[in-house]
Design a protein around this ligand. Sequence first.
Ligand code: HEC
Ligand code: HEC
Ligand code: HEC
Ligand code: HEC
Ligand code: HEC
Ligand code: HEC
Length: 258
Amino acid sequence: MNKGALPESARRLILLPAVFIFTFLAAATAFSESFKLPPLSSPEQYGNILINRTSEKNGVKPVSFSHWIHRTKYTCRVCHLELDFNFRINSTEITEKANLDGKFCGACHNGRLAFGHTKENCTRCHNGDIAYSKARFRELSAFPKTEYGNRIDWVAAQAKGLIKPKDSLTPNFKQMPFEKKLELAAEKSGTPPAVFPHRIHTQWLDCSNCHPDIFNIKKKTTKHFSMDRIVKFEFCGVCHLRTAFPLDDCSRCHPGMK
Ligand code: HEC
Ligand code: HEC
Ligand code: HEC
Ligand code: HEC
Ligand code: HEC
Ligand code: HEC
């Protein structure tokens, strides 16, 4: 093989920066690779799901469910604690019988709190269309805006009283207030810390939605709590990729980040 006409010293001069640039690019790519965020859906579909654990197997279309419609009326706590829906699609054993018995969707879809479980309404749920409620997104057009997710600032919408989601299906329930705001310093130096306001979360959630399954109840003791796990739907990523504002909004958690 002819190694070319260049003298050894000249080749080294070209090679060295090349190796340097390559190493630098590889490191930069590895960095951004570990933060590769899932693609975002359109604002009116963010947080929408098609439940299909048993539907198609039983000859009905998958069930469309929109988080933004429901969260204007109820907090996460109502469904994800009182009604036992899991934070993972197709993992809750929702059945036709349970719904008819007043559990899961049937706790509200009983003809009193919301449309009932009757023949003319089957396809309002079983329609296989993830964009089913799209036209109704306009109803939220006056809400304060953000850049990502539903592009709605749900915290501000609640603070302004534009929505008053119920905390419970039982009357006189009072959510336990807890105000502690945590500053979670990142392991990697140079990264501005993330903030975790308990007050805003307990407006939507119960302590036991997070403790002890997702987070330990002592600051900086949760194992493997880092950004590369968060982007894989763990820790903050349980909610902040699919219903609450998405991870793309870096500075909302890391106020010091541009
Ligand atoms: C009216 C009921 C209801 C309310 C209110 C509600 N959810 Fe859900 N959520 C569901 C159902 C149903 C599922 C699907 C569960 C299943 O299929 O096992 C779900 C699934 C999820 C998932 C998993 C989505 C996926 O793609 O795997 C997340 C995350 C979630 N909810 C977060 C929230 C948060 C945060 C709130 C409050 C802002 C909230 N939910 C409010 C009913 C609700
Ligand atoms: C308020 C929403 C809603 C309504 C209305 C509704 N369903 Fe369902 N149904 C569900 C959900 C959610 C599941 C669980 C789906 C899954 O996991 O794939 C389900 C499951 C089913 C299943 C799966 C098999 C089983 O036994 O669980 C059948 C069949 C079914 N529904 C039939 C019907 C029929 C017929 C109607 C109308 C009389 C109806 N549903 C109305 C939400 C609804
Ligand atoms: C905590 C009460 C509650 C639970 C649980 C609940 N819903 Fe609803 N749902 C409502 C209310 C109230 C409305 C009417 C909201 C409105 O019209 O503004 C509604 C509306 C809907 C709509 C109509 C959206 C539209 O475009 O008009 C669908 C579809 C729906 N729910 C499906 C479901 C399914 C599927 C489940 C279970 C997986 C479920 N809901 C569980 C309270 C609930
Ligand atoms: C949305 C999730 C979430 C909810 C809901 C939540 N917490 Fe926390 N909590 C956290 C996180 C994250 C930490 C820090 C864990 C870590 O750094 O390892 C934490 C830490 C704590 C700590 C330790 C604080 C310290 O300085 O060491 C206490 C006490 C606590 N939570 C109590 C509560 C109580 C009481 C509630 C309900 C009123 C609640 N939490 C609701 C996520 C939550
Ligand atoms: C169980 C669901 C859940 C988990 C887990 C969770 N959050 Fe949230 N978070 C929410 C919801 C719901 C809101 C209300 C805003 C929205 O829905 O967009 C919120 C709001 C916030 C806000 C308020 C922004 C503002 O405008 O004031 C911050 C900051 C935040 N979350 C940071 C975190 C951090 C950091 C973690 C992980 C340590 C975390 N969250 C874990 C559900 C969750
Ligand atoms: C929902 C809140 C939230 C959002 C949004 C968020 N982060 Fe983080 N991030 C955290 C938390 C919490 C930690 C601290 C974990 C720990 O204790 O090390 C963290 C840590 C980090 C770290 C330190 C290294 C590591 O793996 O822990 C970097 C770098 C980082 N985030 C970058 C980003 C970038 C870039 C974005 C926007 C694309 C972003 N973050 C969006 C919550 C968030």
